[in-house]
Design a protein around this ligand. Sequence first.
Ligand SMILES: Cc1cc2nc3c(=O)[nH]c(=O)nc-3n(C[C@H](O)[C@H](O)[C@H](O)COP(=O)(O)OP(=O)(O)OC[C@H]3O[C@@H](n4cnc5c(N)ncnc54)[C@H](O)[C@@H]3O)c2cc1C
Length: 546
Amino acid sequence: MQEIKNQSDILVLGGGLAGLSMALQCRQKLPQASITVLEKRQHPVPEAAFKVGESTVEVAAYYFAEVLGLKDHILEQQLPKLGLRFFFPAGDNSRIEDRREVGGKRYAPCPSYQLDRGRFENYLGDLCLQRNIQFVDQAKIKKVHVSKRGQNHSVDFEIDKRPQSTQARWLIDASGRRAFLKRELDLQKKSPHTANAAWFRFNGRIKIDEWCQSPEWHRGHDGKTARWYSTNHLMGQGYWVWMIPLSSGSTSMGIVAAEEFHSLSNFNSIEKSLAWLDKHEPQCAAAARDNLDQLQDFRAIKHYSVECKQVFSSQRWGITGEAGFFHDPFYSPGSDFIAFSNTFLTDLIERDMNGKGIRMRAFSYDRIYKRFYYGTLAAYRDQYCMFGNPTVMPVKILWDYLVYWSITGFIFMHDRTCQQSMYLRNLRLLSRLGKVNHFMQEFFRDWHERTKDIPASGIVNISEMPIIREMNQRLKDQMDNRTFAKQFAANLAQLENLGCEIVAQSGLATAPPFKKSTNPSIRQDAFAHVFESLRETPSAALLESV
Ligand SMILES: Cc1cc2nc3c(=O)[nH]c(=O)nc-3n(C[C@H](O)[C@H](O)[C@H](O)COP(=O)(O)OP(=O)(O)OC[C@H]3O[C@@H](n4cnc5c(N)ncnc54)[C@H](O)[C@@H]3O)c2cc1C
């Protein structure tokens, strides 16, 4: 039987993505600390048919590869990602080449990756053991006792049905939807965002590239720039379907839909999902049916969005990953939030273990984290109505990218996440950025109402757009505090310019509550290329039917 230490400095509940990476980050900062992770599953876990959370974007890619130093594993054992790619509806969606497409033909300066979650968690688990972290699998947590008087916390768990208990100075809940601390401390909060998902994996590559034979459509997508390297999104009103390649050779597919448009009861089994795809995404349905004998799993989840009243406490507990917040998988932000919460928590633990006070910091990190969360939620909440709109969505997607690279991505990737003085200095700027974004998200809804039935085609090739490349590249630049502050302010001015440009180009008589900057270093008409693509002729198929 395994000998478990009955006392640790840091005890992590749940050894999934958030818990294992949290333990590794703590080990980096605190080489002497005793760290325990309790995980109910047996390791190694299966590859491919394991968990969702396979597509990463810039923050998570930077966190895993650079902050945790896992780049070699990722480059050798996982897949590079050719960005996010979106296809909008055209007719009955039976010809991919007729659909308006938004995506790149080149890799962005900042990399992102597709992670086979099983393979990744097996690697993280092994690394924990190598780094003297007590990672205990097959340990089923039963009860947590949170101390409010500054004593150690304690946890009851079972291994092989034999009861055990252990204590720790710090208690970190990374138990995913089991959410021990949220339940124990009554921190549950209902999310206003109601959407559902179903997903399944096939043992084999499903390549969107094979859905059309036209050499014209394939131009620029050879070898490693084939479209299947992207996280592909098939978009429609109130829904999107994902296709993600995994390094183990499998393909992950999922349907995500807002409840008011598509009830989960219409796609909560593989048979129903295929029938649903037949109706809305016939090419995808055909590819799935061709691979049905290679089906590896099927899962569905109702109301996946979860919230929490508090995630960090000076009482020496914290919550990370899905045990706290999760809003929406569109744009793949789940692992980004793991990067943020782990980074805040590691800083609090390091300070506490070095004898520093953490009361104010725990309070302000909790507020900052929630601000990031609610700021990002604006991009999804009440926005599924426009997901099938080929006029508005390409612009909204690029707007959302730029907001991400200007604020959350910009702060995290320039290692300013825990710099309290930076937030204080930029309080007004951050609040202005929030208001600009809220205005634009409302504006997109209005614009959608006026354009929802207009068909469109053509490729919006984002890898050749100067502003997209520049802003993405800037995430990699080294910046001293002065340059960072200057660039942060320039990011806001750039977004305001872009907001004005988008509103003007839409033709709607709306006046943005902000003005264009005349500063010559801020780009004017940065989206001209997008609007040119948007004016392209309607799709051939639709013209034929007129
Ligand atoms: C439909 C959907 C699609 C998504 N797609 C993406 C995406 O493309 N990219 C992205 O970044 N994010 C995505 N996410 C979010 C992503 O899945 C989560 O951010 C991530 O999996 C959360 O990891 P975690 O470690 O918090 O939870 P988990 O991975 O669930 O880990 C929790 C761990 O706790 C363990 N545990 C639970 N109960 C006990 C117990 N009693 N005792 C011991 N151990 C226990 C579990 O076994 C598990 O290993 C998606 C989410 C959804 C719902």
